[in-house]
Design a protein around this ligand. Structure first.
Ligand SMILES: C[S@@+](CC[C@H](N)C(=O)[O-])C[C@H]1O[C@@H](n2cnc3c(N)ncnc32)[C@H](O)[C@@H]1O
Length: 264
């Protein structure tokens, strides 16, 4: 067998199925929208934006835009930016954030990765930041590529875990890791693209949970509702050393991947 015999799109789908990921409906993100507005994610956003080349670009599409983290950060340098998300709550927060910051060249598009993207405008730059845990990676990358006149920038998880291994151990629960960025690189290669990769390291999100209830909500958001026994184990782990829990675990690493499209 050679690498040419591997269907990385299929392998990604099979890996995702094996990892027993909890599929989240838009309402799950609606419920987090207010909290995400408050989260200041300055360093991640700065690290993402400083790696982007916007020269000669006028328009941007931000897929899985959430509160508008990337779209709003660069709106002042472009004529029009579009934020696409399947969560109406996130899109409202993005538009409120835009209004608060006096940004008027942003438009919300309520759409899912899995939907038909007819009518989604092609833009000079297309971005997908921390929003790439999709059901079908080959389809998602083809959609990003087809909408980008010049370049695509995305981030994808490194290592396949949103919850630290020490927390998983405390729960006595070890789901297989999620598929990570290495599929993205291989699928792009098979699409005939030449992706470039860099890494953004950020503080673990656990550090922003001020108390047990908020910590529990974060763990459940990733792993699904915990059983009473699991909650007890998590509580015991937290109470044994609340400072350790609040300090956050190992830094999270995102692969920052970009490529030029055919139109470039
Ligand atoms: C972790 S947030 C990232 C938000 C923003 N891009 C950032 O980096 O701060 C993930 C976003 O992807 C959106 N999302 C998740 N699944 C989606 C899907 N199937 N279709 C469209 N958007 C989705 C969520 O609503 C959420 O706003």
């Amino acid at each position: 067998m050679t690498i040419l015999d591997i269907d990385f799109g299929r392998m990604y789908r099979e890996h995702l199925a094996a990892s027993r990921r909890r599929v989240k409906p838009p309402e799950a993100w609606d419920a987090r929208a207010a909290e995400m507005r408050r989260e200041t994610d300055g360093r991640y956003m700065d690290e993402f934006v400083r790696r982007m080349d916007l020269s000669g670009c006028a328009t941007l599409l931000d897929v899985g835009c959430g509160p508008g983290t990337i779209a709003l950060a660069v709106a002042g340098r472009l004529t029009r930016v579009y934020g696409l998300d399947y969560s109406p709550g996130m899109l409202s927060v993005m538009m409120e954030n835009a209004a608060t910051r006096g940004i008027s060249n942003v438009e919300a598009i309520e759409r899912a990765w899995e939907d038909d993207w007819t009518g989604v405008p092609a833009c000079d730059v297309v971005v997908a930041s921390r929003s790439t845990l999709v059901n079908d990676m080959a389809d998602a990358l083809a959609k990003l590529d087809a909408r980008a006149n010049r370049r695509v920038y995305l981030t994808s998880l490194v290592g396949g875990r949103f919850v630290d291994t020490d927390v998983l151990e405390a729960l006595g629960y070890a789901p297989p890791p999620l598929p990570d960025y290495i599929y993205v690189l291989n699928i792009l290669y098979q699409m005939g693209r030449h992706p470039r990769v860099d890494y953004i390291e950020v503080e673990n999100r656990r550090a922003v949970a001020p108390d047990f209830e908020s910590f529990l909500r974060r763990v459940a958001f990733s792993l699904g509702e915990l059983s009473p026994r699991e909650k007890e184990r998590l509580r015991a782990w937290y109470d044994a050393n609340p400072e350790r829990a609040r300090e956050g675990g190992k830094p999270r690493r995102w692969a920052f991947i970009w490529w030029e499209t055919r139109g470039a």
